[in-house]
Design a protein around this ligand. Structure first.
Ligand SMILES: Cc1cc2nc3c(=O)[nH]c(=O)nc-3n(C[C@H](O)[C@H](O)[C@H](O)COP(=O)(O)OP(=O)(O)OC[C@H]3O[C@@H](n4cnc5c(N)ncnc54)[C@H](O)[C@@H]3O)c2cc1C
Length: 495
C-alpha cells in the first residue's frame, strides 16, 4: 500500500494540482516524460476566472508584467467586456512556458521536485491503492499510491489505460500557428475573416508576433513535425498579401478542430484533469484556464479524503461539478469554431450575432461564459445569488482595522468563513472545524457588485477553490453547510 497522489504530467494542470495538494501537506509525486521544460508556448493568455484562481494562491503577481485584455470575442464576433466587474476578459501576452515556470517554482517552494524523464506507461489498481508503471532514466519502476491523476494532455495514456471513453468530433479542419520574429505584423487580436480564410496576429513581445491561420478547406495536417515555416508563410501571404518569408520563426506548429470530452473524470482511484478530459479549438484562451480550474476543484477534495475528513461523496463531486463545465466548454468552442472558420455561407449568422451582442444581456451571457465567471455548482437550498458561484475578490477590513482581500485569505487553500464582528455565533459554530476552516471577522468595503442589493452579504463560507457554499443572509444554516463540505466536526486522521 502506498501513500498520497501520483500525478502523470507536469504541464500547467499537473503543476497546479501538485501545488494544491502540497499546500494541504499531501505526499505527491509528479512524473513528467520530458527531460526538461519544452520552452514551447501554445497558450498566450488566460481567462478572468483563471486569473482569479492564480491570484487566490498568490501566483498572479509572480507572472511579472501582465496585460489586461479588455477586448474579447465569441468566434470572432467582438464583445465588449466593460460590463463585467473590473471590466476585463482576462490576461493576454503571458506565454504558457512562463506560467509553467512560475508553477514549477511554486511547487518547488512547497517541497516538491518534478521527476523528469519519467513516462507513466500504465497502472494497476487494487482495493488498497493504484500502482503506476513508470519508465525512468534508471529503468522501469512501479510506484503505489492512494490515487493517480492523469494530467498528461489530450493524448492521455492514463485515460486510455483506464478505458475511459473520449467521445466527440473528429478533426475536419487544419490550422497553422507560428511565433515570428522581426516582422511588422499588424495586430488582429481576435482573428479576422478574410477572403479565403481566417487570420489572427497577436503581439507577444517586442518584435515577436503569434500568427494563427486557417485557410478555408485546409484539412488537418497529417504530420505537424514535418510542417515548415515556408508552408506557413505561403499560407499567410495567400490570405493577407504580406510576405513573412524573410522572417525567423521561433515556433511552428499545426493544430485541428478535433473536439472531445472524457466520459468519466474519475474511475475508482484514477482521475483525469485538464486536457486529458477535454480538447477543442483554442478559442478564447480557455483550455489551460479551464484545466487549472479542474485542478483547484480536485486538489482540496483529494486532500480531504487523504486526511480523513471528506464527507461522503465529496470525491465524486469532482466529476459531477467539472464534467458539465467541460461539456459547456466543448459546446462553446464548437459554436465559436463554426462562426470563426466557416466561409461566406456563415456570414448571415455572423451578422446576426454582431447585432445580438449589442444587447447588454446577450453580451454579458457570452462574456461570462468564455471568461469562466458563470460557473455555478449545486450547493443546496438558499436564495443568495452568490451560492455555488465564485466569490469575487472583494476588499475587507479585519477586526483589527488592517485591510485584506478575499484572494489573500485563500492563499493557504483552506476553507474560509468570513463573518461580521457581531456574528459571533458563526465563529462559535465554525470553531469545531478550525483544523480545516479559517474564520476571519471582517467588514466588507463597499463594492459595485455588492451594491445592487443581491450581491450584498454579511457572512460567507467559501471552499478552498473559491466557491461559496453558505451565506448569511440567504444561505440556510451554517451548521448544515460545514459538515456537508468539510466533514464531521470530529474526525480521525486516516493515517
Ligand atoms: C495553438 C494553441 C493555443 C492555445 N492558447 C491557449 C491560451 O491562450 N490560453 C489557454 O488557456 N489555453 C490555450 N491553449 C490550450 C492549452 O495549451 C492547453 O489547454 C494546456 O496546455 C493544457 O494543459 P495540461 O497540463 O492539461 O496538458 P499539457 O500542457 O499537454 O501537459 C501535459 C504534460 O504531460 C506530459 N506527459 C504526457 N504523457 C505523459 C506520460 N505518459 N507520462 C508522463 N508525462 C506525460 C507532457 O509531456 C506534458 O508536459 C492553446 C492550445 C493551442 C494548441
Amino acid at each position: 500500500m502506498g501513500t498520497g497522489v501520483i500525478i502523470s504530467g507536469a504541464g500547467p494542470v499537473g503543476l497546479m494540482l501538485a501545488g494544491e495538494l502540497r499546500l494541504a501537506g499531501v505526499d505527491v509525486t509528479v512524473y513528467e516524460k520530458l527531460s526538461g521544460p519544452s520552452g514551447e508556448s501554445r497558450g498566450v493568455g488566460f481567462t478572468r476566472r483563471a486569473a482569479e484562481v492564480f491570484h487566490q494562491r498568490g501566483l498572479l503577481d509572480r507572472l511579472g508584467e501582465i496585460e489586461i485584455g479588455r477586448q474579447g470575442h465569441f468566434g470572432g464576433v467582438r464583445i465588449d467586456f466593460e460590463m463585467l466587474e473590473d471590466n476585463h476578459f482576462g490576461i493576454r501576452g503571458v506565454p504558457q512556458y512562463r506560467i509553467e515556470e512560475v508553477l514549477e517554482a511554486w511547487v518547488g517552494e512547497l517541497g516538491l521536485s518534478v521527476q523528469r524523464g519519467c513516462e507513466v506507461t500504465g497502472f494497476r489498481e487494487t482495493a488498497e491503492g493504484v500502482t503506476a508503471l513508470v519508465e525512468t532514466p534508471g529503468g522501469s519502476i512501479e510506484h503505489t499510491a492512494d490515487y493517480l491523476v492523469g494530467c498528461d494532455g489530450g493524448r492521455s495514456t492514463i485515460r486510455k489505460a483506464a478505458g475511459i471513453a473520449f467521445p466527440g468530433r473528429e478533426a475536419t479542419r487544419g490550422m497553422y500557428v507560428a511565433d515570428v520574429v522581426g516582422c511588422d505584423i499588424p495586430t488582429r487580436a481576435i482573428g479576422e475573416r478574410v477572403p479565403g480564410g481566417m487570420v489572427m496576429a497577436i503581439r507577444l513581445e517586442d518584435d515577436v508576433d503569434r500568427i494563427i491561420i486557417h485557410p478555408d478547406g485546409v484539412p488537418p495536417h497529417d504530420d505537424r513535425s514535418r510542417l515548415t515555416f515556408a508552408e506557413v508563410a505561403d499560407s499567410w501571404q495567400s490570405l493577407t498579401g504580406q510576405s513573412l518569408h524573410h522572417a525567423e520563426a521561433r515556433w511552428v506548429s499545426a493544430f485541428t478542430n478535433a473536439t472531445r470530452q472524457a466520459a468519466e473524470y474519475r474511475r475508482g482511484r484514477v482521475f483525469l484533469c485538464g486536457d486529458s478530459t477535454h480538447i477543442h479549438i483554442p478559442a478564447g484562451a480557455q483550455g489551460l484556464s479551464v484545466g487549472v480550474q479542474d485542478a483547484v476543484n480536485l486538489g482540496w477534495k483529494l486532500a480531504a479524503d487523504l486526511q480523513g475528513w471528506a464527507p461522503q461523496g465529496l470525491l465524486d463531486t469532482y466529476h459531477s461539478e467539472r464534467h458539465p463545465v467541460g461539456a459547456r466548454l466543448v459546446r462553446n468552442t464548437l459554436a465559436q469554431s463554426s462562426l470563426y472558420l466557416t466561409g461566406e455561407e456563415m456570414e448571415p449568422l455572423r451578422g446576426i450575432m454582431r447585432e445580438l451582442v449589442t444587447f447588454p444581456d446577450a453580451a454579458r451571457h457570452l462574456a461570462e461564459m468564455v471568461s469562466g465567471l458563470d460557473v455555478s455548482y449545486e450547493v443546496g437550498d438558499g436564495s443568495h445569488r452568490l451560492l455555488g458561484r465564485r466569490m469575487p475578490d472583494r476588499e475587507l477590513k479585519r477586526a483589527d482595522g488592517s485591510p485584506t482581500r478575499v484572494a489573500e485569505l485563500l492563499h493557504a487553500a483552506r476553507g474560509l468563513l468570513i463573518h461580521s464582528a457581531d456574528h459571533t455565533e458563526a465563529a462559535r459554530t465554525a470553531a469545531g472545524w478550525s483544523d480545516r476552516v479559517d474564520a476571519v471577522a471582517a467588514t466588507w468595503a463597499p463594492s459595485a457588485d455588492a451594491e445592487d442589493g443581491q450581491g450584498a452579504v454579511d457572512s460567507v463560507l467559501i471552499r478552498p477553490d473559491g466557491h461559496v457554499v453558505w451565506t448569511s443572509p440567504g444561505g440556510g444554516e451554517l451548521a448544515d453547510a460545514l459538515p456537508r463540505w468539510f466533514g464531521p466536526r470530529e474526525h480521525s486522521a486516516r493515517r
